[in-house]
Design a protein around this ligand. Structure first.
Ligand SMILES: Nc1ncnc2c1ncn2[C@@H]1O[C@H](COP(=O)(O)OP(=O)(O)OP(=O)(O)O)[C@@H](O)[C@H]1O
Length: 306
C-alpha cells in the first residue's frame, strides 16, 4: 500500500521554545485520520509544516514520496489545506474565489470552469455560486474553504479544526461532508475534542506538549483508554452524597436535575454497582453509559502508561 504522507523526526522551534519534538507517523490509505491534542499541543505547527506554510527546524515531510524540503512545489501540488482561519476573500463571489484558487493550483485554463462546477457540486454550494462570500453563513464559508482545498483533487487533504466555531447543525453538516470527501481522499483532521475525532476518524495520532503520545487505530485507542466516568439518568434522582456512598465513586457532577456524570476510580464494574444501588433505593435509573471523552484524564492516563 502506498504511503501518502510520511512525517519523520519532525521538530520545530519558534524563537527559543520548541513547539513540537520528534513527531513521526505515516498515513497510507483513504479515510480520516485524527490529530488530537489540547490547545497549544502543536497541531497547527505540525499541519503548517506539512503544508509548507512553515519550514521545520528539524526532520522531514514526504508527500506521496516527494520530499517537501527538496521539491516543495511538486509536494504541495498533491496536497490540499484548510487552515484554522480559512483563506477566503470576503468580497469575491464563491465562483470568482474558486476560479482564482483553481488558477493558483495550476489547473489548466480549459479545465477551470469544469473543475469549479464539479467542486461546488461536491461540496453542496452550487446554489450560492454568485453569492459574495461575506454574505454566507459560517457553515457555507467552511464549505467554500473545503472546496478550495480539494479543487485540484489532491491525494491528501489537511483540515485544521474544521468544525471549530460552527453551530451544532453546521457541525453535523460539516462532518457529513468530510465523510463523503474521505471516500476518495485521505484526510488528516485536527481537533482538541476527542468525541469529534472518535466520530470521524479511523486512526488517531495524539500529541501533547509537542510530543507524540499515541498513534494507532481509533479502536485500539478506545481499548487502551480506561473509562473513568459514567453518564446516568435517574427519574427519581438521589442527592450527591447518596451516590458518593457507592464504592469507587470519586465525584458527582449534575448535568441536569436528572442527569449525572459520575466519576469513579479503577473499577469498571461501576455500572453494575450503580444499577444495584438504584434498584435498592428506587432511583429509577433509565440510562447509563461509560464515558471516555474527558481529554485531561486521557492525557493523564497516557502519560502514566508511557
Ligand atoms: N508564531 C509563533 N511564535 C511563537 N510561538 C508560537 C507561535 N505559534 C505557536 N506557538 C507556540 O507553539 C506551541 C504550539 O502551538 P500550536 O498553535 O501549534 O498548537 P495547537 O495544538 O494548534 O493549538 P490550538 O488548538 O490552540 O491552535 C504553543 O505553545 C504556541 O504558543
Amino acid at each position: 500500500m502506498s504511503i501518502v504522507l510520511k512525517v519523520e523526526h519532525l521538530s520545530h522551534r519558534y524563537s527559543s521554545a520548541w513547539a513540537i519534538r520528534d513527531i513521526n507517523f505515516e498515513i497510507s490509505q483513504h479515510g480520516v485520520i485524527g490529530l488530537l491534542g489540547s490547545n497549544g499541543a502543536g497541531k497547527s505547527t505540525t499541519m503548517n509544516i506539512i503544508c509548507g506554510v512553515l519550514n521545520q527546524t528539524e526532520g522531514n515531510v514526504y508527500i506521496n514520496g516527494v520530499d517537501k524540503k527538496k521539491n516543495p512545489r511538486l509536494a504541495k501540488k498533491q496536497l490540499g489545506f484548510l487552515p484554522q482561519t480559512p483563506p477566503l476573500y470576503a468580497d469575491f463571489t464563491v465562483n470568482e474565489y474558486l476560479t482564482y484558487t483553481a488558477d493558483l493550483r495550476f489547473i489548466e485554463k480549459t479545465k477551470v470552469k469544469q473543475s469549479v462546477a464539479e467542486v461546488m457540486d461536491r461540496t453542496g454550494i452550487s446554489h450560492f455560486s454568485s453569492r459574495l462570500i461575506k454574505n454566507l453563513s459560517g457553515g457555507y464559508r467552511q464549505r467554500v474553504g473545503i472546496a478550495q482545498a480539494i479543487i485540484h483533487k489532491p491525494g491528501i487533504v489537511i483540515l485544521d479544526e474544521p468544525t471549530n466555531g460552527l453551530d451544532p447543525n453546521q457541525i453535523i453538516e460539516a462532518r457529513k461532508l468530510i465523510r463523503e470527501i474521505a471516500q476518495d481522499h485521505t484526510i488528516l483532521l485536527s481537533s482538541h475534542v476527542l468525541s469529534e475525532i472518535n466520530l470521524l476518524c479511523r486512526d488517531i495520532i495524539m500529541i501533547e506538549s509537542g510530543r507524540m503520545v499515541f498513534s494507532d487505530s481509533m479502536e485500539s485507542f478506545n481499548n487502551y483508554i480506561q473509562p473513568n466516568a459514567v453518564l446516568a439518568r435517574m427519574e427519581n434522582p438521589p442527592a450527591e452524597n447518596e451516590l458518593m456512598k457507592i464504592p469507587g465513586v470519586t465525584k458527582v457532577q449534575f448535568l441536569t436535575d436528572k442527569q449525572y456524570r459520575i466519576f469513579f476510580h479503577g473499577n469498571t464494574a461501576i455500572s453494575e454497582a450503580i444499577i444495584a444501588a438504584s434498584m435498592q433505593h428506587n432511583w429509577r435509573l433509565t440510562e447509563i453509559s461509560l464515558e471516555r471523552s474527558v481529554l485531561d484524564d486521557v492525557f493523564k492516563q497516557l502519560s502514566q502508561q508511557a
